[in-house]
Write a protein that binds this ligand. Sequence first.
Ligand code: ZN
Length: 454
Amino acid sequence: MKYRYIFVLLVLMTNLVSAQEDESVFIKKIFDNALTNQQAYHNLEYLCTNAPGRLLGTENSLAALEYMKQYFEKTGADSVFLQEFRTPAWKCDSSSVFILPASGKAIRLHSDALGPSPSTPAEGIMAEVIEVKSLAEVEKLGKEVISGKIVFFNRKWDPTFVRTFEGYGDAVDQRAHGPEKAAEYGAIAAIVRSVTNSQDYFPHTGSTRFNDQKIPAIAISTLDADLLSETLIQEPKTRVNVFVKAEDIPETTTFNLIAEIKGNEKPEEIIVIGSHIDAWFNTAGAHDDGAGVVMTSDVLRLFRELNIKNKRTIRIVIYMDEELYQSGGKAYLNYVKEKAEKQYLALESDGGAFTPSMFTVDAQIQVVERISRFQKYLEPYGIDKIKAGWGGVDIGPLKEINVPLMSYGTDSQRYFDMHHSANDTFDKINLRELQLGIGCITSIIYLIDKYGIE
Ligand SMILES: [Zn+2]
């Protein structure tokens, strides 16, 4: 009797091991395809070259959507459609910052307006500058000091954060809320040190929040921020001219792009893979987030070419407007609610196409544990962690209806050298790293669909 149990146990274990081996063999097939195919790379080159500055409301944002729509149609999606929605937009025509020292001639700094900064008068705004290191410092100095001045937020990025997303999170309040705080205390414009760890002349733009009171807000490069700071030490009364020509657009019609392959067993359960196609006016948006768009889109191609019979519906959502008002994610949630659809899980890629590192999961602990069991299949390809953590900005609204969220994470060390700047160009994309990302995202979606997350 005892021997029979042992025999049964051995057979079971052998089956389990061989199932695991089979799965590893199939995952290798996914990577073999991903590592030998350059379609996504070419798609990204197209987006960066022909549709840079794809900010919400621009012609390029629509051209980029059209290109990806045609790509999905060619690739054999079961359905491809644009989800229309209306939202406010903003555009920036030009901007500049000049230091005007009492002694010597004006120095032009490398600058880009923050969105949605209002315009200055045509001659710009000229005033003395108060340098601060935090929002709290503005409060401490009070209206007597701040009123009528240009506030210069110049706290440096803390390089001791190992994961750069944490460094960004620590520094970004100056950009996101500094101008608003300065306006509250009577400032007439705000200058912000670019939120990056790199020392160079690239200004990094980004979104800033305003209450009712808006003041022109502009980012300068880190080296220019150092120069301005040194100038203010030499000559504290130095005046600066800030110029912005921008426009609020009360409402525009725009779209998310949706492409899907219907599920064979549970088509009503939808696995969403998302990324955003918009990019700031000053950038080609290669890593942020053209890379996410082409990597997640390639999942569809791989499912088709490898003839994967997905149980659930695999849906790629290319979101518009992650950068300015995050309207695409909200519009998608509305769409899902209207249709009363079941979103089984949502995965986002918005961390660039660098060497694969991890998946993070924002869901109940049992779901996190279930998904982390797939890690063993992805370890050979660089995924050494699947753990609880961040989901994503575009898929974030889906949390309201309890959708498990996931994010694809890469080696983060270089991302913020480029993020929201003219430095984020196609030549910064490494083909191999992009291909590995496609393999990782396709594999995890394949495993989630096949084995489920319950
Ligand atoms: Zn992004």
